[in-house]
Design a protein around this ligand. Structure first.
Ligand SMILES: [Zn+2]
Length: 362
């Protein structure tokens, strides 16, 4: 696979000028790989996690490789979260924050995820290159949708595996490599990671200067109904969830990844379920998950047509095939690559099952 531009959706690669990576198509495989390794050290509370992170940041290995990142703050959350996008699920997140080039990061850790693998995963989000490829196509005033990527691409995996090598429990690094190989989601070679970090820092500086010069156009929320032209799902900082609306994953997939029309999506979905252009508009514009099962099924089928990651649809969008009664043979008519991916993943999971489970994303 290419290390430069990540395929966002299964059916078609992302436009190379877009640096944003939203719902990455490899989330399922990446999660499955790390869940097949031991969870590592368990932390008692947020203070212990903060100490673990502080020790990492004070180490020589860290200072040689990530000298810019000076501080990562950990916060904890308890119980079940209720978020319009993430909903009532357990989730954690991590990422850089503040001015670019980033010198600070933050990790929000759910109490069910207070163990080494998840902590290092979130730390990898803080330090992995935020801008990859060539964002020279970014226009002034349009930073809203060329925002940092929060995905789990090859550079993220390289960062995570470097962290496991230096700060993880014995054996996690090699186990992780085996797991990535098994799930066919290799990490970028480490020397490419260092190059990508340099390049990202350069672009972060450029983009910060553009921000300082001109107010960026902030992400626009969609109208409750009707057309909308402005892209804008992604936030300008971590974790990026607050400024998204529920249907944005479909809008992004259709417009940014596939550059296709609502009419075309409606035509494809209609191979299985009656769907008109107005239905596509309505579903893309939902701010929160619709409750009507028919609407949910339609959203799910749109996701399949657009090749959205099955795991992402479950953890972030709450769309689950079984629950919706979507039959594989129908879905095959919509996107046979998607179905092949699901079958392949299920086989891979049987061969290398999870060691631990958490319900939400991270
Ligand atoms: Zn993650």
């Amino acid at each position: 696979m290419t290390n430069r531009h990540f395929p966002l959706f299964l059916a078609k690669p992302m436009d190379p000028h877009r640096t944003m990576q939203g719902e990455d198509s490899q989330q399922w495989a990446v999660y499955a790989a790390e869940q097949s390794i031991k969870p590592g050290r368990q932390f008692g509370d947020t203070g212990e996690v903060q100490q673990f992170i502080d020790d990492i940041l004070a180490s020589r290995a860290w200072q040689e490789r990530f000298p810019r990142m000076k501080k990562v703050e950990v916060s904890g959350r308890k119980g079940v979260d209720d978020h319009p996008l993430v909903g009532r699920r357990t989730y954690s997140y991590g990422g850089p924050r503040g001015r670019m080039p980033y010198a600070e990061g933050m990790i929000s850790l759910h109490e069910n995820m207070g163990f080494e693998t998840v902590v290092l995963h979130e730390l990898a989000h803080c330090v992995s290159p935020q801008f990859v490829g060539d964002p020279s196509g970014v226009k002034k005033g349009a930073l809203g949708f060329n925002s940092p990527q929060h995905g789990h691409g090859p550079y993220f995996r390289a960062s995570f595996s470097w962290l496991c090598e230096h700060f993880g429990s014995d054996g996690t690094h090699s186990e992780l490599w085996d797991a990535y190989r098994h799930y066919q989601v290799p990490a970028a070679p480490v020397d490419e990671l260092w190059k990508a970090l340099e390049q990202s820092a350069h672009w972060e500086g450029v983009l910060q200067a553009m921000h300082d010069e001109e107010e960026p156009s902030l992400p626009k929320q969609p109208e409750a109904d009707g057309q909308r032209d402005a892209p804008g799902a992604a936030a300008l900082g971590a974790p990026g969830l607050e400024s998204m609306w529920w249907g944005s994953f479909l809008w992004e997939a259709r417009v940014l990844a596939h550059r296709t029309t609502k009419t075309e999506v409606a035509r494809r979905v209609s191979l299985v379920t009656r769907c008109k252009t107005a239905d596509v508009t309505r579903i893309e514009n939902y701010r929160q998950p619709p409750e009507d099962p028919a609407e949910r099924l339609l959203a799910f089928q749109m996701g399949v047509v657009l090749g959205a990651d099955p795991r992402w649809m479950l953890t972030a969008q709450h769309l689950f095939r079984m629950e919706l009664g979507a039959r594989m043979k129908d879905l095959e008519k919509l996107n046979r690559h998607w179905v092949a991916h699901v079958r392949w993943m299920n086989r891979a999971l049987r061969q290398r099952p999870p060691y631990w489970r958490v319900s939400g994303h991270r």
